[in-house]
Design a protein around this ligand. Structure first.
Ligand SMILES: C[S@@+](CC[C@H](N)C(=O)[O-])C[C@H]1O[C@@H](n2cnc3c(N)ncnc32)[C@H](O)[C@@H]1O
Length: 179
């Protein structure tokens, strides 16, 4: 695929492709490696899931997932706490009609929450709890990086792991349907 935004660099993930921002100094407390996006195949799956839905994303990162979902979603709110993302990625997404913020907006409900923030066990547990509070009845949660031990352990601790439907992508994308 041609690069999806100015300054994107392609990263091969198995037989798929993801992106980083060329000038990314790295995530807070995670060293200097540039953060990676979801893959092109995952973006196609997410875009389909987001169709017509009010979406909340936890973990803007490069912006690739948010800019993919806004093509079909009713609305997308994307949150991130990293100064690099706030300064350089948020403005690009604002221009596409995506609402960007550092906290989950109060008094709003979402029918798809995409969780792709910090992948430690404690953060995953905290993010699922935050997502539950703003999820509409009959909504879905979508998880990225299910192949990471923190994500898997967090979902196991919450007794949700077996209920997650997986899409078979190398990094692990999965969906939990809410009652
Ligand atoms: C792997 S990246 C997300 C990738 C994104 N889905 C994409 O396609 O580019 C993870 C992001 O989560 C952010 N993050 C970490 N902890 C967070 C938190 N508590 N709230 C919101 N974002 C957080 C990081 O700053 C980082 O930008």
């Amino acid at each position: 695929m041609s690069v999806p935004f100015l300054g994107a660099q392609s990263v091969i993930v198995g037989d798929d492709e993801a992106f980083t921002c060329a000038d990314d100094p790295g995530e807070i407390d995670m060293g200097s490696a540039a953060r990676g996006s979801i893959t092109v195949r995952e973006a196609a799956i997410l875009t389909d899931l987001a169709r017509g839905r009010c979406v909340l994303e936890i973990g803007t990162g490069t912006g690739f997932s948010a800019q993919s979902m806004i093509t079909t979603a009713r609305s997308v709110v994307s949150i991130d706490i990293d100064p690099y993302v706030i300064e350089y990625v948020f403005p690009r997404l604002f221009a596409l009609g995506i609402e960007c913020a550092t906290e989950i907006p109060a008094n709003r409900l979402f029918d798809l929450v995409f969780l792709d923030g910090n992948h430690s066990l404690s953060s995953v547990v905290a993010d699922v709890e935050r997502a539950r509070k703003v999820s509409a009845r009959g909504g879905v949660m979508v998880f990225h990086d299910l192949s990471f031990s923190g994500v898997e352990s967090g979902l196991r601790q919450l007794n949700l792991l077996d209920a997650v439907e997986r899409f078979g992508t190398p990094l692990g994308l999965g969906m939990l349907k809410l009652a």
